[in-house]
Design a binder for this molecule. Sequence first.
Ligand code: NAD
Length: 471
Amino acid sequence: MSGQPNFFDEVNTTFDEAARFTEYPKGLLDQIRCCNSVYRFDFPLRRQDGTIEVIHAWRAEHSHHKMPVKGGIRYSPEVYEEEVMALAALMTYKCAIVDVPFGGAKGGIKIEPKHYTVEELERITRRYTHELVKKGFIGPGIDVPAPDYGTGEREMAWIADTYAALNPGQLDALACVTGKPITQGGVRGRREATGRGLFYALREACSRPADMARLGLATGLEGKRIVVQGLGNVGYHAAKFCREGGAIVTAIAEREGAIVNPKGLNEDEVFQHRKKTGSILDFPGASNVQPSEAALEIECDVLLPAALEGVFTLENAPRVKAKIILEGANGPTTPAADPIFREKGILVIPDIYANAGGVTVSYFEWVKNLSHVRFGRMSKRHEMANELAILRVIEAATGKTFTEAERMQIAKGPDEQDLVNSGLEETMISAYQELIEVKEQHPGVPDLRIAAFLAAINKVARSYAELGIFP
Ligand code: NAD
C-alpha cells in the first residue's frame, strides 16, 4: 500500500539477516520466507441506517509445514495486505520457537470497531467467517483463528457459532477457533495468556546475573520500573503480572496521551478511570504526558510496547532510554531501529518469543476442544488422594500434624488453570533458554531477535526437509 511501510519486507529483512547463519539452499529459504496463500475479499454490510458499506478483509496463510495454520484476526482501519502477511509470517516463526505444532496465519478486517454497533460487528464477523468457510480458510485441521488487536472472546464465539452452523454435526467444530469464552469451549487462562507469558519472559531474562550486570541492573524483577504502551489485552495483563511480580509500572501510554507516576500505577485502577472518563489522562496522583509517544522516551528499566507495530524507528530509537525492551506487540521495532538498540546495549526480548504466550495457550485450548474434556478433570482427585496419602506418611514419620490450610495447599490437585499456567511457564522458560543457547552457539548472532529467527528457520527447514515436496 502506498505511503505505508511494508511490514512484510521488514520481517523478511530480519529473516535474511538470520538466514546468513545457516547453510540451507536459497530455494528452501525462499520457500520458508514466502507467504503461501493470501485470500483478499470484499463483502457488503447493511448498516443499521439501511445504507450498504463494502468491507475489505484478508486471511493470509504463511506456511503449511505444519497443519493447521494459526493466527489472530485484527480489526483496525490501518490493516493492509502486507501487514497481514507479515503477521502471518511472525506466527510461523513464533510457533516454531515455542514448539507449538502449527503453521502461521493471520486475518484482518479493515474497520474501526468503535464506529459500528455490536449488531453490525456481529454481522461483519459472521460474514467474514462464512467467506473463510466457502474458500476452505478455516477449520480445526486447516486454519484456526484467534483474537488479536481489536478482537476478543466475543468475536471468537461468533466465529465458532457460524462455523458450527455451516458444518452441522462436525464433532470437532469448536476447535475451529481459539480465545473463546470459557462457556463456549475456551480454556481457563487464555484471556491473560499473552500478558502472563510476557511476565515469564521478563522474569527469565532478569534472572540471569551476567546479563543484568551488563545492563547495570540488579537480578530479579523486584523494583524494576516499567513503561507500558497500550492498555489493551496484552498491555493490561503484562502490567498486572509484572506488578504482582514486584515491578513498578511507572507510566502507561494510550492513544490520547500518557500518564506517569514514579511511585507506581495500578493497571486496573487506570483502566477503570479510562472507562469512566473516556481518557487515560488526569489520573489521580499521576502527571499527564503528551503526545503519547513521548512516553517511549521516559527513563525506565523496561519498556513494554503492547499496541501496534512500527513504534521504534530510525528517528526515535536514539532517544529510547530503557535498558530492556519487552515486545508485547508484534513488530514494534523496525529493522532500522534494531542496530541502534544493539549499539546502545539495550536488551530486546523479541516479539516472536516474548508474546508467544497467547498462541501457546491457544494450542492448549485446541487440544482441549479436540479431546472434549477439561484439563485436570480426570486426574485432579486422583492426584489429591495420592498427595494426601504422602502427607499422612510424613505425619506418621515426623509426628507433626499439618493444618487443614497446609494440607489443602499441598494436596489440592491441579485444576485447569494450574495446568495451563504450568504449561505456559515451562514453554516460556525452555524457549528462552533455547534462544540463549542458539546465540551462544553462533558468536556472530548480534541479539536475541536474530537468535529467535535462526532457531525458527532451523525448525521449519527441518520440517520441509523431512516432508519433501509434493508431487
Ligand atoms: P487490544 O486491542 O486489546 O489493545 C490494544 C491497545 O493499544 C488498545 O487499548 C489501544 O487503544 C491501544 N493503542 C492503539 N494505538 C495506540 C498508540 N498509538 N499508543 C498507545 N496505545 C495505543 O489488542 P491486543 O490484543 O492487546 O494486541 C496488542 C498487540 O499485541 C498487537 O500488536 C497484537 O498483534 C499483539 N499480540 C496480541 C496477542 C493476543 O493474544 N491478544 C498475542 C500476541 C501478540
